[in-house]
Design a protein. Structure first.
Length: 221
């Protein structure tokens, strides 16, 4: 790829839209190799779907901000109630006193004592890499993982939500559904199914996109 006349150009001609799946850290580590692509982003030489400014929404730490009462000052009472209804209980995996379902204590003790109700995962990872479900782990392995990553930083602890099983093509599978919103209206779903309740890099998963018609109306000035 190269830049020509202010446009990003590839082997088949000019590139108008780039759908980025490359993780930011990996992109920056290969900056010399993909220099023209990064320069095109900085100079608006193409439209990037998945710009680098979306990184805060990619980090699992966003769920901490939306869930932890320590950040309640960022949201009004009505929004706080809505967030509590739809965002799973999430905390930074660090030494701290927390409250979960009326029980208070050290986070590490809570995770160990109620192992089957939680999972831990790196804040900046994808494909389920590094995620460990307490419901699927041996007790000793879970305890060691909690203590080890409690000290390492960069991890979150989250209440485990159990997706409902369903029958797809005669095979029992677990369905996980993500909703998409466009201009304040429901625009569709992206559903994933897998043979296990937790999706990981070694788990065979299937995608089931579902669309819904979105009335296109001008937004009021």
């Amino acid at each position: 790829m190269r830049l020509e006349g202010g446009r990003l150009v590839g082997t088949d001609g000019a590139v108008d839209i780039v759908y980025r799946r490359l993780v930011s850290e990996e992109a920056f580590a290969r900056a010399e190799e993909i220099g023209p692509l990064l320069t095109a982003y900085l100079e608006d030489a193409a439209c990037f779907v998945g710009g680098f400014r979306t990184d805060p929404a990619w980090s699992k730490t966003l769920f901490v901000v939306l869930s932890d009462p320590a950040y309640s000052g960022l949201f009004g009472p009505a929004l706080r109630e809505e967030l509590d209804a739809c965002v799973p209980w999430t905390r930074e995996l660090a030494p701290a006193s927390v409250t979960w379902k009326g029980q208070s204590g050290e986070l590490s003790d809570l995770l160990v004592d109620h192992q089957k109700h939680f999972l831990i995962k790196p804040a900046r990872a994808y494909e389920g890499r590094g995620a460990l479900s307490g419901a699927c782990a041996a007790r000793e392995a879970w305890r060691d993982a909690v203590r080890e990553n409690l000290a390492s930083g960069g991890w979150v602890a989250q209440e485990l939500l159990h997706p409902g099983p369903s029958d797809l093509d005669g095979a029992r599978a677990f369905m996980q559904v993500g909703e998409f919103v466009l201009l304040g209206a429901l625009a569709g779903f992206l559903a994933r199914s897998s043979p296990t309740a937790v999706i990981g890099p070694r788990v065979h998963e299937r995608y089931h996109p579902v669309g819904t018609e979105v009335p296109w109306e001008p937004r009021p000035e």
